[in-house]
Ligand binder design. Structure first.
Ligand code: HEC
Length: 368
């Protein structure tokens, strides 16, 4: 039954189903969306995902790092999709004859509202890493952020969007503000709200526009995305809309900021039956698949009390414990696609943030 009621009219069960679906999708983000032979086929049922997060199927052995789009010569490319760009492609000799126009190559399209920001693709690549590669959009077959990964459940079917700047099938036709609203608040370009897509509401203005500039600098990949078919209209974002203009620089605050973009809490914070994070238990460890995502608070006996900040940062850089052991595949992938691609300073900031948390005594037990 297709519900036409709006957010406020939603029944509790629909809401909680949505919550679980979003939660499951979050877990799945690192699984079904991981580069693999057939990520587009990965099914997801909400109930199954709750009892047994689908991330269990994560192909641990995937050499994700080599397939990530990060290696692309992002910064040097022009946003070829912009209408203006077609008039002065970067390789055009004429470009040298119009030096006045040259800076415009990296600028926002002329139709952007005044005051819109101009992003820096190279900086945006680091934002992508902080968001763990926007992995749901990574199409393993195409080797690009070309979307098309399928999410299916009681809620219906939805495919991740093509984030490359292809005109017909990607983001080329969307404005920066449209993309920013989609990334931060899940607003669907053209109306309605995105489903599954996390809300990066706290992402600083500068980081959003840098991320968008990075996406626009990618090689356009044509990959038509099927229309979605959902059992209900996803609700509008109702949370805080107070993103800072620029990301924090104080190490602890910056670490908190990065941990929120990377959604460390999605696995490491325990949730109640409705899927909401438990008060006072932020990053205090939670059951995860057949194991646990350990307590990251500095509690000595049950958390990271005995880990130094350098040690935490090294773990996030290498995706390996100091004895050379690999962590569980889910965490390995967070490191490979995310934290290993950050700067040393940013990894230390995450470590400083974790060490600043109030120690919580909690030794989560793996699910039965
Ligand atoms: C997809 C789920 C998931 C996400 C997201 C995630 N982790 Fe983990 N993390 C795990 C799991 C599972 C383990 C346990 C690995 C093992 O035991 O092999 C782990 C282990 C760790 C450990 C080692 C702790 C110990 O006591 O062994 C640290 C440190 C850590 N994660 C930090 C982070 C940080 C920081 C983030 C965010 C940047 C993060 N994790 C995001 C699932 C996750």
């Amino acid at each position: 039954m297709r519900s036409t009621r709006r957010v406020r009219g939603w029944s509790r069960s629909v809401r909680s189903m949505m919550w679980l679906a979003v939660l499951a999708a979050g877990l799945l983000a690192l699984a079904a969306c991981s580069p693999g032979p057939s990520p587009a086929e990965a099914p997801m049922a909400t109930e199954a995902a709750v009892e047994e997060p689908a991330a269990a199927e994560m192909p641990a052995e995937e050499p994700a790092a080599t397939e990530m789009p990060a290696e692309e010569p992002a910064a040097t490319e022009m946003p070829a999709e912009e209408p203006e760009a077609t008039e002065m492609p970067a390789e055009e000799p004429a470009a040298t004859e119009m030096p006045v126009e040259e800076p415009a190559a990296t600028e926002m399209p002329a139709e952007e509202p005044a005051g819109a920001m101009q992003g820096d693709p190279a900086a945006g690549e680091l934002v992508l890493a902080a968001a763990v590669g926007c992995g749901c959009h990574f199409n393993g077959d195409l080797g690009a952020l070309a979307g098309g990964n399928k999410f299916e459940g009681d809620f219906g079917v939805v495919h991740s969007r093509n984030l490359t700047p292809d005109l017909a099938t990607g983001i080329a036709g969307l404005s920066d503000p449209e993309l920013a609203d989609a990334i931060r608040y899940g607003k669907r370009p053209g109306g309605g709200n995105l489903f599954i897509m996390p809300r990066y509401a706290g992402m600083a203005d500068e980081d959003v526009y840098n991320l968008i500039a990075y996406l626009r600098s990618l090689e356009p990949v044509e990959n038509p995305i099927p229309d979605r078919d959902l059992a209900f209209d996803p609700p509008a974002y109702e949370g805080e809309m107070a993103a800072p203009a620029v990301a924090p620089t104080d190490p602890v605050e910056r670490g908190a900021y990065l941990a929120s973009l990377a959604r460390c809490g999605m696995c490491h914070t325990p949730v109640d039956e409705s899927g909401s994070p438990i008060e006072g238990m932020m990053l205090a460890g939670a059951p995860f698949q057949n194991t646990v995502a350990p307590n990251l608070t500095p509690h000595e006996a049950t958390g990271l009390g005995l880990w130094g900040e350098e040690e935490i940062a090294a773990f996030l850089a290498t995706g390996l414990y100091d004895d050379g052991m690999e962590p569980h595949a889910a965490m390995k992938q967070v490191a490979d696609r995310g934290t290993s691609r950050l700067t040393d300073a940013d990894r230390l900031a995450i470590a400083a943030f974790l060490k600043s948390l109030p120690p919580v005594e909690n030794l989560p037990a793996p699910p039965q």
